[in-house]
Ligand binder design. Structure first.
Ligand SMILES: *[C@@H]1O[C@H](CO)[C@@H](O)[C@H](O)[C@H]1NC(C)=O
Ligand SMILES: *[C@@H]1O[C@H](CO)[C@@H](O)[C@H](O)[C@H]1NC(C)=O
Length: 541
């Protein structure tokens, strides 16, 4: 969400914080002692974690690496997954409120009417962030809270007031707000009136919404992301039909209507045009005065060719086209990726002359959400077994976590998720090479456990973060212009169709009492950031 460094002046070193820091160091030393003891005991039982983690870090040649002084370290959240307060202060139903109320859609039958009650408890959550020492917070706004009826109704001033007070509180603590306009949730009104993203009209609604946000919050918000993971949104919503609005063809999923070959392309096209309209608006009416940056956040999967064959290497490239560059090439270069054009031909919507005028370099940064990787296998020149990936709509690529029955990286309890830190480095280098000079932010990275348990000793999450951050450093040493890292997530929260069964938090949340309890990873991240700060300070001296 930023392309130049000058506006990210984060006030890190107030005197109050220095005093606090010494207390933290004491607490931290105590904690670390316990941590070592726990791990010595557990390593006696199983030495793998110690070997993988501590010894690997000690021998890591990157120890001298320093993050730039104004690098953003943060945690990430989204309105629907955190806020709750689903009909509070004039908010109306969002598409996700409606979707989650349909039996069978969510693994545990839950909804996010309360979620982690961030709407009411954000001051407590900002306390936790302050304690961690983060200098940025990535959050999203609820469109249905600000414009309950889209452009067909008034601005809901109670919603504006809420975000104003919250943003003031964030800024007051020396934390930089990094704000996503739409993180999957939209007013249901727009679905109901004209089928939302399938209709070009949505661009007017999105532009109107963006303008309201820039106008009310842009004096303090210097990082704007238009969309979060629009690639996942359209694939799940319109190809597989597992997210709202639950549309797909019979061969792709269990929907009553939809067209998995065409509708994802249409929805994506309207999202890209909406993004461009918002960027154009920001640049022409707000950016000069407000001096912020605007970009988009993409989900990324690193696709590793399943073999060295040319066909599989081309398949891996096609996989990126049909997942990642699909949205970014139009925004940066004004056209869809060549691989998509070749395969989809006339099914790919066209940009108008007007679109193209504003589309060159239509972003200031790219947000990269990086969790997992897949093997890519060619299905264009060779026959693939029926199942995921072989279709034209997916670029004739089979994307699979397994090769000869073995996973790429380490399997987790979450079916879509294998741990492959190298994928972070590969993905950042891929984006760096393709979109040269565009700054990158890792807007999400984190570890999810498939369990309803408490799991305060989350050593797997610590190892995950440590290894992915090492991979991020390697990419930066090779020239990737990465300017921030946001962990998903501060708290356990509502994990979309998995409901509350998958926990991503550095803090455990008891969903009955809303009590937050730090896990090992919270202490680890705090220490990681603290060391970075100490290094930056030494450089200044
Ligand atoms: C498909 O969806 C319908 C309606 O939501 C549901 O009753 C049915 O069990 C689903 N079928 C499968 C195979 O998931
Ligand atoms: C979580 O684990 C359960 C039980 O093993 C499994 O049925 C479910 O599919 C898992 N959820 C995900 C998202 O992987």
């Amino acid at each position: 969400m930023t392309s130049t460094l000058e506006h990210t002046n984060i006030s890190v070193a107030s005197e109050a914080m220095e005093t606090k820091s010494s207390i933290y160091i004491c607490l931290f030393s105590l904690w670390f002692l316990c941590f070592i003891i726990i791990n010595l005991v557990s390593s006696a039982l199983s030495s793998t974690w110690y070997d993988d983690h501590i010894s690997q870090r000690e021998s890591n040649a990157d120890e001298n690496f320093k993050f730039p002084k104004n690098f953003l370290f943060g945690t990430a959240s989204s309105a629907y997954q955190y806020e709750g307060a689903y009909l509070t202060d004039g908010k109306t139903l969002s598409n996700w409120d409606v979707f989650t109320s349909i039996p069978g859609k969510i693994a545990d039958g839950s909804q996010a009417k309360v979620a982690v009650d961030h709407y009411h408890r954000y001051p407590e959550d900002l306390d936790l962030m302050e304690e961690l020492g983060v200098n940025s917070y990535r959050l999203s706004l609820s469109w249905a809270r600000i414009l309950p009826k889209g452009r067909f109704g008034d601005v809901n001033m109670a919603g504006i007031d809420h975000y104003n007070i919250m943003i003031n509180d964030i800024v007051k603590r020396g934390i930089e707000p990094f704000v996503t306009l739409t993180h999957y949730d939209i007013p249901q009104e727009l679905e109901f009136r004209y089928q939302s993203w399938l209709n070009p009209q949505i661009r007017e609604d999105f532009e109107h919404y963006a303008e309201i946000c820039f106008r009310y919050f842009g004096d303090r918000v210097k990082f704007w992301a238009t969309f979060n993971e629009p690639n996942v949104q359209v694939i799940m919503g319109y190809r597989k039909g597992t997210y709202p609005p639950s549309r797909c063809s019979k061969t792709f999923g269990n929907c009553t209507r939809g067209d998995s070959e065409i509708e994802p392309l249409v929805a994506a096209h309207n999202i890209i045009r909406s993004h461009l309209a918002a960027v154009n608006l920001y640049r022409t009416k707000f950016q000069e005065q407000q001096r912020g940056k605007i970009g988009i956040v993409m989900n990324t999967i690193w696709f590793e060719p399943v073999s060295d064959s040319l066909a599989d290497r081309l398949a891996a490239e096609r996989a990126q086209a049909f997942f990642f560059t699909w949205f970014l090439d139009p925004v940066v270069f004004g056209r869809y990726p060549r691989e998509m054009q070749e395969i989809l031909g006339k099914d790919l919507p066209e940009f108008t002359k007007d679109d193209l005028k504003s589309s060159k370099n239509g972003l200031d940064f790219i947000g990269i959400n990086q969790y997992t990787s897949r093997y890519a296998k060619d299905c264009l020149h060779s026959a693939c077994e029926p199942g995921q990936g072989g279709s034209r709509a997916e670029g004739f690529v089979n994307a699979n976590a397994l090769k000869d029955g073995l996973p790429l990286g380490e399997q987790t309890g979450v079916n879509w998720f294998t741990i492959y830190p190298q994928g972070m480095e590969e993905m950042l280098m891929y984006a760096t090479k393709r979109y040269r000079n565009i700054p990158l932010y890792v807007t999400e990275n984190g570890f999810g456990e498939n369990s309803t348990g408490v799991m305060l000793n989350d050593y797997r999450r610590v190892k995950f973060m440590s290894n992915y951050l090492d991979a991020l450093k390697r990419a930066m040493r090779k020239g990737a212009d990465v300017r921030g890292y946001f962990t998903w997530s501060l708290l356990d929260n509502f994990e979309w169709i998995s409901g509350y069964t998958i926990r991503f938090g550095m803090y455990h949340v008891d969903f009955d009492t809303q009590e937050r309890t730090p896990r090992l990873s919270a202490f680890w991240y705090k220490n990681f950031i603290f060391q970075h700060r100490a290094q930056s300070k030494n450089d200044d001296a």
